[in-house]
Design a protein around this ligand. Structure first.
Ligand code: CUA
Length: 344
C-alpha cells in the first residue's frame, strides 16, 4: 500500500505505533512488576533496586558526557588555541575521576547488587511451607500434567492452590527442558529431564494467574500455558474433594452413547477417566475435563465448540502436538461431546 507520509515521518509514525502495540501487549500479559505473591514481591523489589541503580549510573554518565562536550567547547573558544594543542593538555583531575568513577563507584554498586541478590535468594529459599500439600508438575509436549499425589488425582494445565499458603511444587520432565513461570507469583524454575527440581508458590489474593513455559521446548513452546487458581481455604478444600472423586456415570442416553464412543475409540490409549476402563497416561487425565477453564494448555477457552474443533482436528489448532485427529461420524461426535460435558 502506498503511504503518503514522507519517509522520516513514516518511520516515526510506525515506531510510535509499534511502541503503542508493545505497551498494550504488556498491559494484557502478567507482569513481574505487579506481584501477587510473597516471592514475586521480593523479586520485584530487587528489580526496582537494579533499575534505580542502572538509571543513576546512566544519568551520571550522561552528565559527564554533557560536561565534557560543553566545557571543552567553551575552553577552546575562550583561549582560541588549536584543537591539537588542547588535546595534548593533561585533563584536570583525570586520575581521581578514573579511580572514583571507574573503580570505587562500580565496586560499591556491584557490592550492593550482590548483597541484595543473596538476601533475596535466601528469603526465597526458605519459606514456611505447609507439609500437607505437595503438587507435582510435569512438563509434557506441550502441556502441563498436574498431580496431587497425597489426594491421588491428576489434572492438567490448571494448578489450584489455597490462598496465602506457600505450596511446594515438584517439577520434572520426561522429554525436554521446560521452564515453569507464573510471573505474578514467583521467578522461573526449569523442568529438567533426569532431575527433580522443587520450588514453591504462594498467592496473596484469590484469583487466576497466568503462567507459561519460559524455555524453548519445540514447535508449540509458545502455546504451553497454565493457570494458577488461588482459592480461599474452604473453596480449595471443596475443589480437592471434588477432583479426587471418580467421574460420575452419565445418565442421559446421548451421554451414555458418548461414553461408549469414547471407550471404543483410540481415546483410551492416551487418556484416563477415573471410574471407567480408560487409564491411558500419555495425554491429560479427563476425569474432570469440563471443570477446567481452558483447552490445549491455555490456548482455547473450554467450551463445546472449541472442544469439538480440538477433537476433530487438534493438529490444526496446535500443529505438532501428540494427539491424532479422531475419525468419528457427526452422530458419534455429538454423543462424545455430550459425554465429555458431563465430566464436571
Ligand atoms: Cu515447554 Cu517451552
Amino acid at each position: 500500500m502506498k503511504s503518503y507520509l514522507p519517509a522520516p515521518r513514516r518511520a516515526l509514525f510506525s515506531s510510535a505505533a509499534g511502541g503503542l502495540l508493545l505497551l498494550s501487549g504488556c498491559a494484557a500479559a502478567p507482569s513481574i512488576l505487579d506481584p501477587q505473591g510473597t516471592a514475586a514481591a521480593r523479586i520485584a523489589d530487587l528489580w526496582w533496586l537494579l533499575f534505580g541503580l542502572a538509571m543513576a549510573v546512566l544519568l551520571f554518565v550522561l552528565g559527564f558526557l554533557a560536561l565534557a562536550l560543553f566545557r571543552r567547547r567553551a575552553e577552546l573558544r575562550s583561549d582560541a588555541r588549536s584543537e591539537e594543542e588542547a588535546a595534548q593538555r593533561e585533563p584536570r583531575g583525570g586520575t581521581r575521576v578514573i579511580v572514583l568513577a571507574g573503580i570505587v563507584g562500580p565496586a560499591i554498586i556491584l557490592g550492593v547488587v550482590y548483597t541484595a541478590t543473596l538476601w533475596t535468594m535466601r528469603a526465597l529459599a526458605t519459606p514456611a511451607i505447609d507439609e500437607g500439600l505437595t503438587i507435582h508438575v510435569i512438563g509434557r509436549l506441550w502441556w502441563w500434567e498436574v498431580q496431587y499425589p497425597e489426594q491421588q488425582f491428576a489434572t492438567a494445565n490448571e494448578i489450584h492452590i489455597p490462598v496465602n499458603r506457600p505450596v511446594r511444587l515438584v517439577l520434572s520432565s520426561p522429554n525436554v527442558i521446560h521452564s515453569f513461570w507464573a510471573p505474578e507469583l514467583h521467578g522461573k524454575m526449569d523442568l529438567v529431564p533426569g532431575q527433580v527440581n522443587t520450588m514453591w508458590i504462594e498467592a496473596n489474593a484469590p484469583g487466576v494467574y497466568l503462567g507459561e513455559c519460559a524455555e524453548f521446548c519445540g514447535t508449540q513452546h509458545a502455546k504451553m500455558q497454565f493457570l494458577v487458581v488461588a482459592q480461599p481455604p474452604d473453596e480449595f478444600a471443596a475443589w480437592l474433594d471434588h477432583q479426587r472423586q471418580p467421574a460420575r456415570a452419565p445418565t442421559a442416553d446421548l451421554a451414555q452413547q458418548g461414553q461408549q464412543v469414547f471407550l471404543a475409540a483410540n481415546c483410551i490409549n492416551c487418556h484416563a477417566i477415573k471410574g471407567t476402563d480408560a487409564t491411558g497416561n500419555l495425554g491429560p487425565d479427563l476425569t474432570h475435563l469440563a471443570s477446567r477453564r481452558t483447552l490445549g494448555a491455555g490456548i482455547k477457552e473450554n467450551n463445546l465448540g472449541n472442544l469439538s474443533g480440538w477433537i476433530v482436528n487438534p493438529q490444526h489448532i496446535k500443529p505438532g502436538n501428540l494427539m491424532p485427529p479422531a475419525e468419528l461420524s457427526s452422530v458419534e461426535l455429538q454423543a462424545l461431546l455430550a459425554y465429555l460435558a458431563t465430566l464436571k
